[in-house]
Design a protein around this ligand. Structure first.
Ligand code: PGA
Length: 276
């Protein structure tokens, strides 16, 4: 895994936006795997900015979201359909036909999960997967103990995830306890993965998944088995990494190389002049 330590949340979002921009410019019909939660909002803002200011074109892009709560209709303000529409899709020129999010209202849940996997296959697989991490180490809703070979399926959320997500709901009892989620095995089939992590609260779990053993207890640790993962994190999230100095050293060394595939990783966010 390539670990990229950025100064703060804004720089983490900017670097991730740049990585996505490059992928879309190289392959305009890229298939992107997208995530919800607080962490990717800054990245989505960057994508919107690049669309508005630089004309970044999403018309041929296809997206697959990682998960959706069971029982929430798309128009529910806490559904991930709604989240994606509000925070990204309505601001860019993506075709609604190219947007895939599991249907949390499906009557036949197993059928829905199989259909979702089939759509990913039909689209040619996911080129680029964006991920966040839960405080219990989950990727998507693959809670501790999930099979590292798991596919899209129904999952029961842990109590800690329900509590973490209660901040988005009026009352904790409103948080659904089930979700349809891509599996760890589904995620590992993406050609490239970028994990974004921000804040001190995630520092311990970050050290576990980057530097600890591969274990179903921390499903994000399965990313160690993937050949192309970039972990973009801010200083606070990196604060418990034992080898943080080495990761910074690697980025410094790479700045001296020309034509590195991941050059964008060590670009510094330009300081914007304030208007007026
Ligand atoms: P967060 O959630 O970005 O809101 O911290 C991450 C996750 O649970 O995957």
């Amino acid at each position: 895994m390539e670990v990229i330590v950025t100064r703060d949340y804004d720089e983490m979002s900017w670097v991730t936006g740049q990585i996505i921009r490059r992928r879309i410019l190289r392959k305009p019909d890229s298939v992107l795997g997208l995530a919800t939660g607080g962490t990717p909002i800054g990245t989505y803002k960057e994508m919107i900015r690049m669309h508005r200011e630089e004309g970044l074109d999403f018309s041929k892009v296809t997206t697959f979201n990682l998960d959706e709560y069971l029982g929430l209709p798309p128009a529910h303000p806490q559904s991930y359909h709604y989240f994606m529409h509000e925070n990204l899709f309505k601001h860019i020129n993506i075709s609604p036909r190219h947007i895939f999010i599991p249907n949390g209202m499906a009557e036949d849940i197993d059928g829905q999960c199989q259909w979702y996997e089939e759509q990913i296959r039909k689209a040619g697989g996911i080129d680029f997967q964006l991920l966040g991490i839960g405080s219990d180490g989950h990727i998507a809703f693959n809670e501790p103990g999930s099979s590292l070979g798991s596919r899209t399926r129904l999952k029961t959320l842990t109590e800690s995830t329900v509590q973490d997500n209660a901040r988005f709901f009026e009352r904790e009892e409103d948080v659904p306890h089930f979700a349809i989620t891509m599996g760890v095995g589904t995620i590992l089939e993406a050609r490239e993965i970028v994990m974004i992590v921000s804040g001190e609260k995630k520092a311990a779990v970050c050290a576990e998944f980057v530097e600890g053993p591969v274990t179903a207890r921390v499903t994000a640790s399965a990313l160690q088995l993937h050949p192309r993962v970039e972990v973009v994190l801010d200083e606070a999230a990196a604060s418990q990494l034992q080898h943080a100095d080495y990761y910074r050293w690697v980025q410094q060394q790479k700045q001296q190389l020309v034509g590195m595939p991941s050059q964008v990783s060590f670009l510094r966010r330009p300081v914007r002049k304030s208007k007026g």
